[in-house]
Design a binder for this molecule. Structure first.
Ligand SMILES: Nc1nc2c(ncn2[C@@H]2O[C@H](COP(=O)(O)OP(=O)(O)O)[C@@H](O)[C@H]2O)c(=O)[nH]1
Ligand SMILES: [Mg+2]
Length: 259
């Protein structure tokens, strides 16, 4: 996904799916559930009277008590399924819920929406119990929409994602943008580290075996040192370090999480 033209195309796909589907699965990253919820999708679903279910995917990356807390919070608004496409967790529960909807409507079309890389295609594969949708750690791998049959009365629609005009820097903070394609990965990583230091510092200690610094620039330097990412002359390679941290976040190696 690069800039505005493709966004517009993807936006129109998401809108079409919102019209065609009778049930919307909004897949979110359980590590940052509120940041990966999309208000535009929720408003459009509401306006069109579509049932919307929130799938807390990648639940294997966060502790149980955190999951319970956010589930309770989101359930005030929408049904929530705690899911891990990686561990096949939540598959039965979600299938049962979809079958309930199908009973009421005869045939249901289920639109799967969510930010790039939250695991939309993986959720579909877990439900289907085989690899029908293309998955990738690179955001933007699903192009166009794809209809997948799940039993006699349920169809799933895989999509490239979401309706958003957020900037690449902001998407990268959500693990939804390829770090190598950022204009200034160092700046983005510093912004990201600032947040992690505040909200989930222990994740940095665990992943990089470093002591926490309050200053994100110093933190970046320390991680670079620990990784031994150096340029000639012995200086820290900030750009390489920044990209590594953002890739670790994207790939789930860095298990930071917050509300
Ligand atoms: N740890 C973990 N990783 C997951 C899970 N689901 C998907 N992923 C990974 O997240 C990345 C993006 O998945 P994909 O299904 O292509 O996301 P999409 O862009 O939303 O369709 C891939 O590297 C998946 O292996 C999960 O439940 N747990
Ligand atoms: Mg996909």
């Amino acid at each position: 996904m690069s800039k505005p033209r493709e966004w517009l195309r993807e936006k129109s796909i998401a809108k079409k799916v919102l019209k065609d589907a009778n049930v919307i699965l909004q897949v979110v990253d359980a590590r940052i559930p509120f940041e990966t919820r999309n208000k535009v999708v929720e408003q459009l679903a509401k306006g069109r009277n579509k049932d919307l279910i929130i799938i807390l995917n990648k639940s294997d990356l966060v502790p149980k008590n955190f999951l319970e807390k956010i589930k309770k919070e989101i359930e005030k608004e929408y049904p929530v399924i705690v899911f891990s496409a990686k561990n096949n967790k939540g598959v039965k529960e979600l299938l049962n819920l979809l079958r309930e909807y199908a009973k009421k409507k005869k045939i249901i079309k289920v639109g799967v929406l969510g930010y790039p890389n939250v695991g939309k295609s993986s959720v579909i594969n877990a439900l289907k119990k085989k690899k029908v949708a293309t998955t990738s750690p690179k955001p933007g791998m699903t192009r166009g929409e794809m209809l997948i049959k799940l039993g006699e009365d349920i169809f799933l629609i895989d999509t490239p994602g979401i309706i958003t005009l957020e900037l690449p820097e902001d998407l990268a903070q959500k693990g939804a943008w390829i770090p190598d394609k950022l204009e200034d990965p160092v700046e983005t990583a510093i912004k990201f580290l600032e947040k992690v230091i505040e909200k989930s510092p222990e994740s940095l200690e665990k992943t990089y075996k470093v002591k926490i610094e309050n200053d994100p620039v110093k933190m970046l330097e320390k991680i670079g040192e620990k990784l031994n990412y150096k340029i000639s002359g012995g200086e820290i390679d900030y750009e390489r370090t920044a990209k590594k941290i953002l890739w670790d976040w994207l790939k789930g190696n860095l298990k930071a999480y917050w509300i």
